[in-house]
Design a protein around this ligand. Structure first.
Ligand code: SF4
Ligand code: SF4
Length: 199
């Protein structure tokens, strides 16, 4: 009797397993294996992956770099001449040229703290999670659009403009001083008469 019971158990468990396999085989939404990298599993919208800076809207304020706990953002900037100041996001002024904006993603711990203080919301975390490389240097992402030659040229122009502004200011001050009416020196007041000694 035990012999037939074992046969029954064996056949029924095989049938149960095969039924499950057949059901999963025809289920269209069930992902078993995907052909990565041709296919990939969608990531959540709020996921934190590679950072991106829309440098056209970056004002170089350094707030992201200051917020980063592991110092993976490196920014270098210098002043713009008045004629080059631009407005972004309606209220934010671009008063600086950003000559360097590098993010070392090999140091990044994906905390997202750098994105919160950004006044123009140009620094965001993207859905790009696969950027493997053979060299850590390839994990340093550079966002500045200024070439070193352009930066040097703009710095030279700024220096000349600053000197010109200082000369104009000095000339205006000298003109103002020359046009001011001459002030007569005041006659010194006579010392108070000494009291005669008593007694
Ligand atoms: S996500 Fe965190 S660790 Fe990465 S750059 Fe931003 S602040 Fe730094
Ligand atoms: S906080 Fe935003 S605007 Fe300021 S330097 Fe960083 S990315 Fe640029």
């Amino acid at each position: 009797m035990g012999y037939f019971k074992d046969i029954y158990r064996g056949v029924s468990s095989t049938l149960t397993g095969m039924t499950l396999t057949a059901r999963e085989l025809v289920r269209p939404d069930h992902i078993v294996t995907i052909q990565y990298p041709k296919e990939s599993i969608p990531v959540p919208e709020t996921g934190r992956y590679r950072l991106h800076n829309n440098i056209d809207e970056c004002i170089g304020c350094n707030q992201c770099a200051n917020a980063c706990p592991v110092s993976c953002i490196e920014i270098k900037s210098f002043k713009r001449m008045d004629k080059d100041v631009e407005t972004v996001k309606e209220t934010q002024k671009k008063r600086l040229w950003v000559e360097q904006f590098d993010i070392d993603m090999s140091k990044c711990m994906f905390c997202g703290l750098c994105t919160w203080p950004c006044p123009t919301e140009c620094l965001t975390m993207t859905s790009v999670y696969d950027y493997s490389a053979y060299d850590f240097k390839e994990h340093i992402f550079k966002f500045s659009k200024l070439t070193p030659a352009e930066a040097e040229q703009k710095k030279a122009e700024l220096e000349a403009w600053t000197a010109e502004q200082a000369a104009l200011k000095a000339a205006a001050a000298a003109k103002k001083a020359a046009e001011a009416p001459a002030v007569k020196p005041e006659t010194p007041a006579a010392p108070p008469a000494e009291k005669p000694a008593e007694g």
